[in-house]
Write a protein that binds this ligand. Structure first.
Ligand code: 2HA
Ligand code: ZN
Length: 271
């Protein structure tokens, strides 16, 4: 059996949490990540018949029975993952009842998965139906994106349009746009269900006055989606109060999307 601390999926979690912390997006215990792993991949490092303990999830994830995820721990700080992955991360498998998580590794201090597990697993279910190669759900509190939700209408069409308008490549990175939820209580099944409903249409979901969710096939893609929104939101916060002399017009956004042969939210442009 190989040493799990050398596993590429543990390395991926260490690198991305450290990077997100350095961006200033994940203060204290802010943010959480879940990454679906292949059984074969995990079997190189862990005895899959050995369950350390079971933890109820509080919701039904029948579609994910047998699936294995590496997930950040509740109350844990992104800044500490790199130095002590076994305390700050856990590897769980959804048990045969669909409502229990079997802990295979991690949460060494008796901890458990993120309080946002409902939003994560419900989003995984929806995204896997859309794309069998989907693997990662990421939640974080990017500063400018969050600032923008204080001063911009929380309307999906208007929010996406403003972000697309900020830099030419936004429409190329997320032609499917950005879903937006109003402020809601976090950490429960209700916000999980609302997030997953948005994931039917979008790989990005903004939680008003809280943060953002991204979904993708790997860490780079998912981080890249969020990073691109955050860059555009930063531009918006830099220019919103200044006279706008130049802008990318809707015909130009359409021209970029067409030049890249993309299916995009045509109804989000005013043409
Ligand atoms: O895990 O970000 O939304 C802390 C959070 C909850
Ligand atoms: Zn949060």
């Amino acid at each position: 059996m190989k040493d799990i601390l050398t596993a590429p999926f543990v390395e991926d979690m260490k690198k991305v949490t450290a990077n997100m912390y350095r961006q200033g997006w994940d203060e204290r215990n802010g943010g959480n990540i879940s990454y679906m792993l292949e059984e074969d991949q995990v079997a190189e490092y862990l005895d899959l018949t050995h369950v350390i303990r079971t933890i109820p999830t509080g919701f039904d994830a029948t579609e994910l029975i047998g699936k294995i995820f590496i997930v950040t721990g509740t109350g844990k700080y992104f800044k500490n993952v790199e130095g002590d992955p076994e305390t700050n991360l856990g590897i769980i498998r959804i048990a045969a009842d669909g409502t229990t998580a079997e802990l295979l590794w991690g949460y060494k201090d008796g901890g458990r998965f993120t309080s946002e597990l409902p939003a994560h697993l419900m989003s995984h279910m929806v995204r896997l139906r859309k794309d069998p190669n989907h693997r990662v759900v990421m939640h974080t509190h990017p500063t400018n994106t969050l600032a923008m939700t204080h001063v911009h209408e929380l309307d999906e069409k208007k929010f996406t349009h403003t972000i697309w308008e900020m830099c030419t490549e936004c429409i190329v990175v997320f032609p499917d746009g950005i879903g937006v939820l109003p402020w809601m209580v976090c950490g429960n099944n209700e916000i999980g269900e609302a997030t997953a409903r948005k994931m039917e249409e979008y790989r990005l979901v903004v939680w008003g006055l809280h943060g953002i969710y991204g979904a993708g096939r790997d860490m780079d893609e998912t981080f890249g989606l969020i990073e691109t929104v955050e860059k555009a939101a930063q531009l918006y916060m830099l220019i919103a109060h200044l006279p706008h002399v130049n802008t990318i017009r809707d015909e130009e956004l359409k021209a970029v999307a067409e030049a890249f042969g993309l299916e995009y939210r045509k109804d989000f442009l005013n043409l």
